[in-house]
Design a protein around this ligand. Structure first.
Ligand SMILES: [Zn+2]
Length: 462
């Protein structure tokens, strides 16, 4: 929409697009101008384009608030309104997708999506309340630097060097919630810019205002110059929750929040349920192995779960994070322990003697590479010099992973090279490998191996 050439709109009649969206959700109006992406036209038929109306209830994107969406129709000919922008700062340009046909000069009904508007209004009024609460909690030097809001979230940027503490966030939320609960009517006034400033209305000093300005007021704590759409009473907002904070440059902080009971409830439900599920998974695994490796700290952290859905518990979600960190550390220790135990099971594999070194060739079932590596290291320490070739048959995939390693002393003699052996194995059985002169690992695609015989023929024949 931003890419539309400006010269398209040079001759717009000053009488078009009177905005009546503060009072009305729908209005009978007339199509005054129609445009495609490239040119002025007289109709749109089953295609996308742009409409100007004599009157419109559609709020155009401005002051951080997104535009309304909705419908424009004449009987069954229907235009979906996807976006509305202000052209030359005053004309409402409706981006539409038309089913049927709409022509210049036709009388049509224009109707906004009321539910979406209601959510946007809740978020806009919440932004004002949040701004005031920040002034109360953090101090009057707080200056809004920008905002954005749609039907899902609201964002407010302001000057603040550090992240807010947990206590500050709760204080701000509690203040906003109190104003929502007490139910303050939203008072809209039109007054001169000077009158508004005398009443200490908050304004963007970078913005140019007309002589008569619109002010939006809740109680005696919130007064802003604002052209946006709002609730009639702060109680309509229902609920409010700060969901995120983020540094914006060196001196600014961005808060993201949500409003309305439905949105807040859904959000809490999703976050807490996800955390509970993750904790439950960790708990199951812990219970399976707790006799092998008890962890009292983890067990005591588990006692707070599952968390019930509530704002207080949302603020305690770092408990779940701590618990999962603790669980990960425990699991690492457990894996190490399990490997050690298993290594003991394989402490007397059949070692062979070559004239100059030991060698060990062994076939496992469904063992992972990590385990084979640790076991091989152990044998390298105990028997030196040694060549080790391990295979592990995967019963699922019908292939083998393998590992070839030699002790350092054997590598120094340069008589045996792991990559040469790995290369031989992958040639015999169609596979791939990677590694270095001390250790090579790979896969081969075969159901059965007779590697020892093969190797004896080539490697050990001298
Ligand atoms: Zn506003």
């Amino acid at each position: 929409m931003n890419s539309l050439p400006k010269e398209l709109f040079t001759n717009l009649d000053n009488s078009i697009s009177e905005f009546c969206g503060y009072e009305k959700n729908e209005v009978e109006t007339e199509i005054l101008e129609i445009f495609t992406e490239k040119e002025k036209t007289t109709k749109l038929q089953n295609e996308n384009g742009y409409l100007f109306l004599s009157k419109t209830p559609f709020y155009a994107e401005k002051g951080g608030q997104v535009s309304d969406r909705g419908w424009i129709n004449k009987e069954d000919n229907l235009a979906q309104v996807q976006d509305v922008k202000l052209v030359n700062n005053k004309f409402h340009l409706h981006k539409v997708s038309v089913k049927g046909i709409l022509r210049v000069g036709e009388k049509v009904m224009a109707k906004i999506d009321i539910d979406r508007r209601r959510k946007i209004a809740c978020n806009h009024s919440s932004t004002h309340l949040l701004n005031s609460a920040l002034h109360l909690v953090l101090g009057s030097e707080i200056q809004q630097d920008g905002s954005y809001l749609d039907n899902k979230i609201l964002r407010l940027d302001f000057n603040h060097e550090n992240n807010l503490s947990k206590e500050e966030i709760i204080a701000v939320e509690n203040q906003v919630e109190e104003w929502i609960k007490k139910g303050y009517p939203c008072q809209i006034n039109y007054e001169t810019y000077e009158q508004a400033l005398n009443r200490k209305a908050l304004a963007f000093f970078t913005e140019k205002y007309e002589n008569i300005v619109r002010t939006v007021q809740f109680g005696d704590f919130s007064l802003e110059l604002c052209g946006g759409t709002h609730v009639n009473n702060s109680s309509e907002i229902g609920d409010f929750l700060i969901t995120k904070q983020e540094k914006k440059g060196k001196n600014n902080l961005r808060l993201e929040a949500i409003a309305t009971q439905e949105t807040v409830n859904n959000y809490l439900q999703e976050k807490i349920t996800t955390a509970n599920k993750e904790v439950e998974k960790a708990k199951d695994e812990y219970n399976k192995y707790k006799e092998k490796l008890p962890n009292e700290e983890f067990a005591s952290l588990l006692k707070s779960f599952p968390l019930k859905i509530s704002k207080d518990n949302y603020r305690k979600l770092n408990l779940a994070e701590n618990l999962l960190i603790n669980f990960k550390q425990w699991k690492k220790k457990l894996e190490k322990k399990l490997i050690e135990e298993k290594i003991n099971l394989y402490s007397s594999l059949p070692l062979r003697n070559h004239s100059e070194f030991f060698y060990l060739i062994y076939e496992f079932k469904n063992e992972k590479g990590d385990f084979l590596k640790v076991l091989a290291e152990k044998y390298c320490q105990l028997y030196n010099p040694i060549l080790i070739i391990f295979f592990s048959k995967s019963t699922k995939k019908n292939n083998y992973l393998f590992l070839v390693t030699i002790s350092k002393d054997l590598s120094r003699t340069k008589k045996i090279n792991t990559q040469t052996i790995a290369n031989q194995i992958t040639k015999l059985y169609n596979g791939k490998f990677g590694g270095n002169d001390l250790l090579a690992q790979g896969f081969i695609n075969t159901e059965k191996i007779e590697i020892e015989e093969e190797l004896k023929k080539t490697l050990f024949k001298k």
